[in-house]
Write a protein of this length. Structure first.
Length: 110
């Protein structure tokens, strides 16, 4: 019974998150999804989304786990950013590191 209550609470929390979004936030999220290859439309969109999901699932089994430390507040701020775009913070972190290693993201020296 408690598990069902937790599932319901999580569903309500997620629904409230999406119901309270502004158009500007939705547009920002859509642009991010398109930029990261996570938006599909037109003929065959469902098939493309399913194939991409299968590919991401298979890739997860090939990933390595890493432990690291962050400055105070950094992880919390990062988690908040990930929540705003609706993805787990680990996924966002992986996306950023991947883009950096592919030369698609520059980081200026401090």
């Amino acid at each position: 019974m408690a598990k069902i209550d937790k599932i319901e609470r999580d569903a309500i929390k997620k629904a409230a998150y999406f119901e309270n979004r502004t158009e500007a936030q939705e547009l920002e999220d859509h642009k991010w999804a398109v930029k990261n290859g996570l938006s599909f439309s037109g003929p065959g969109a469902l098939s493309k989304a399913i194939a991409a999901s299968k590919e991401r699932t298979a890739a997860k089994s090939r990933k390595s786990k890493v432990g690291t430390s962050f400055d105070p507040g950094v992880l919390e701020a990062f988690k908040a950013k990930a929540e705003r775009v609706g993805i787990p913070y680990q996924t966002l972190l992986n996306s950023i590191v991947k883009r950096y290693t592919e030369g698609k993201l520059d980081i200026e020296p401090a």
